[in-house]
Design a protein around this ligand. Structure first.
Ligand code: 4FL
Length: 227
């Protein structure tokens, strides 16, 4: 898979050079290109924003640099995604679907956003990571890349299975324990220590439902409907 990120702040993306994502890129599990929108500005001062015709506070990203930046990476089988509070809220199902795409182009907006004509001309999908406002789309883009990368072959070790984790089946994950067996008077549940794999499986399934009831009862409604 190839992902191109278009941004005015390429230096914000160093987190994607470390840890699991950094190693995945080094191994060639996916290709990630960070592209500076400013490099495409034809303005003599390389400007990328201007005042909104509507008046009001803030600046708007001008269409020319964005248009040229997108066209420089666009091909026939790519999906252009604009990270935006107006988009559909990201969920695990959408992450899984996007991980099957061959080529994604992510646009990070800043200030009051981008000129609407870019959305009309070139954007295929708008995605939000939640109902809150940030200073720009860079952190949402990183969240999206991180969540997608987990589904790519050779990114997570074969031992860590993606399907075991929270939101598979729409349920939260069971609680985890490691050594020591007792900490501050709190004991690890006995069932996890007796080596009975069938009982442990049963405990995990019960705990998934209990955790979901406790923390995210809204998710449980979807689970009931799916059954
Ligand atoms: C994008 C917020 C996606 C949440 C400011 C610019 C945003 C965002 N999801 N806030 N882009």
């Amino acid at each position: 898979m190839r992902i191109d990120i278009l941004t005015l702040f390429p230096e914000m993306f160093t987190p994607l050079t470390t840890s699991i994502i950094g190693r995945a890129r080094d191994k060639g599990a996916f290709e990630l290109n960070i592209i500076n929108i400013r490099d495409f500005s034809k303005d003599k001062h390389q400007k990328t924003d201007d005042y909104p015709f509507s008046g009001g506070d803030g600046m708007v990203m001008t269409p020319q640099p964005l248009y040229d930046a997108i066209m420089s990476v666009k091909d026939d089988n790519c999906k252009v995604i604009y990270l935006s509070p107006k988009g559909k809220t990201l969920c695990q199902k959408v992450v899984e679907e996007l991980s099957k795409d061959a080529h994604l182009i992510l646009i990070c907006g800043h200030y009051e956003g981008i000129d609407e004509r870019i959305i009309e001309l070139l954007v295929d999908e708008q995605i939000s990571i939640g109902d809150f406002v940030l200073t720009g789309g860079e952190i949402p883009a990183m969240a999206l890349v991180d969540s997608i990368a987990r589904y790519l072959p050779d990114v997570l070790g074969s031992k860590t299975s993606v399907i075991d984790e929270s939101f598979h089946n729409g349920l939260l994950e069971y609680p985890q324990y490691t050594r020591p067996r007792e900490f501050m008077g709190l004991k690890v549940p006995d069932v996890l220590l007796n080596g009975n794999h069938k009982e442990i499986e049963k405990w995990k399934n019960e705990q998934r439902i209990l955790e979901t009831q406790k923390y995210r009862p809204d998710l449980l409604k979807n689970f009931e409907n799916k059954k």
